[in-house]
Write a protein that binds this ligand. Structure first.
Ligand SMILES: NC(=O)c1ccc[n+]([C@@H]2O[C@H](COP(=O)([O-])OP(=O)(O)OC[C@H]3O[C@@H](n4cnc5c(N)ncnc54)[C@H](OP(=O)(O)O)[C@@H]3O)[C@@H](O)[C@H]2O)c1
Length: 376
């Protein structure tokens, strides 16, 4: 078996695991190995680092099996492919441009026609300017999109439809962390839920007809190494708001949406591959725009910068999911080192709750109602 065959076989195993909800490794003989002092030390350092990065009420998911090393140099030609990446910003401060910027840069450099769809025109256009400077042949543009505003989503998708009849890739990258105090959108929806869950879902539903016309069309959803739970009685945290919980719950939601999308695509013959990724822990603007510096996250952001990986590396799981011919529908990819917090892409382990098909179906139905859209 070649490496790529082994990889495909493993990815098929992962996908069947998703659809059967089978426990990873169940029924396999337990093998005991001698553990060296060095390994113990490495695990201890990784554990302390994971704890230091801080995951409050959320639950960390550890990485699973490994993929062969894969970097942006492995991206195949994307010439002729039309793509949307949500949330891309160029920050004047070195190293703080977000994951969407790095994804758009790599995709445009590989020849794709990329639209960065984001809420802040100035930062989005700065991302475009930087990409053109780094890759002069890049086809990249900015389009205004506010995921908290259903009308803005509708306008954006109308503009995309007028400009072309098909779409080959949607990277649902845009997302926010909660701020210290609960905030609501103009139409009265909690801000984190409105952005990460309702808006992302509505956008994907509205772009579905274009994606169904695409070639090898894919949707990449963005989760987090830290996930929460879904409380249908308080989805918008009216009773019990905390900024970490608001974020973590929507990140479990991202995995549920991705896997449900994959199941529905297969059942409905949409031809769309749905994959979910997380970037590990990256030094972007999300903490400063979210809970801010006067929080444990802010403290770590300022004073323990070595724990945060370069967003260009954090962008790789999404780039793998978006472009690799081996990326599998229903798979979950994330960094493969430091307990899944940094490094090149590997398989991430699905949290147990993300395997709950009934939960995903209910979440999907709730979002259809709240967003006023339906997939299909
Ligand atoms: N950084 C990490 O360690 C980490 C870890 C796990 C998961 N993630 C996920 O990775 C994704 C990218 O985050 P990042 O770290 O790159 O942070 P970021 O630099 O703050 O990027 C988030 C992007 O989303 C955009 N955005 C926010 N609200 C929006 C809205 N209402 N409509 C449209 N766009 C909106 C932001 O726009 P502006 O440019 O206007 O701010 C920004 O471009 C997010 O989904 C995040 O949850 C990040």
């Amino acid at each position: 078996m070649t490496d790529s065959h082994k990889q495909c076989a493993f990815e098929e195993a992962i996908v069947s695991e998703v659809s059967t909800s089978k426990e990873a490794g169940a029924g396999e003989p337990v093998r005991r190995r001698r553990v060296s002092r060095r390994t113990v030390l490495q695990f201890a350092v990784a554990g302390v680092a994971a704890g230091a990065i801080g995951f409050g009420s959320g639950r960390l998911t550890a990485p699973g099996a490994e993929l062969p090393d894969w970097t942006s140099a492995d991206i195949p030609s994307q010439v002729g492919r039309r793509m949307v990446v949500t949330g891309g910003n160029g920050y004047p401060r070195e190293g703080r441009s977000g994951l969407g910027y790095h994804q758009a840069l790599a995709l445009a450099a590989a020849g794709a026609d990329v639209t960065i769809a984001s809420r802040n025109r100035e930062r989005g256009e700065e991302a475009v300017r930087r990409i053109r400077a780094a890759a002069p042949d890049a086809t990249v543009r900015f389009e205004s999109l506010d995921l908290t505003d259903l009308a803005s989503i509708e306008e954006f998708t109308s503009r995309m439809t007028e400009a072309g009849g098909s779409l080959d890739l949607l990277v649902n990258n845009a997302g926010v962390q909660g701020r210290l105090e609960r905030e609501e959108t103009a139409d009265g929806v909690e801000r984190v839920f409105a952005t990460n869950a309702r808006g992302t879902f509505a956008l994907s539903a509205r772009l579905l007809p274009l994606l169904r016309n695409g070639t090898d069309p894919r949707i990449v959803w963005t989760a987090s190494s830290r996930v929460g739970s879904i409380d249908f009685d308080d989805l918008q945290k009216e009773r019990d708001y905390d900024y970490g919980g608001a974020y973590d719950d929507t990140k479990l939601g991202s995995i549920l949406m991705a896997l449900e999308c994959e199941r529905r695509s297969k059942a409905g013959g949409w031809g769309i591959t749905s994959v979910v990724v997380h970037p590990g822990v990256c030094r972007t603007n999300i903490v400063l725009d979210g809970p801010g510096v006067d929080t444990p996250e802010g403290w770590r952001f300022q004073y323990v910068p070595f724990l945060w990986q370069d967003p260009a590396v954090g962008a790789l799981p999404a780039l793998y999911a978006a472009t690799s011919p081996h990326a599998a529908g229903g798979a979950y990819y994330g960094p493969k080192q430091m307990q899944g917090l940094s490094g090149l892409p590997g398989f991430a382990v699905l949290p147990e709750s993300a395997r709950d098909v009934a939960l995903a179906e209910r979440y999907w139905g709730t979002l259809e109602d709240l967003a006023g859209v339906s997939f299909g």
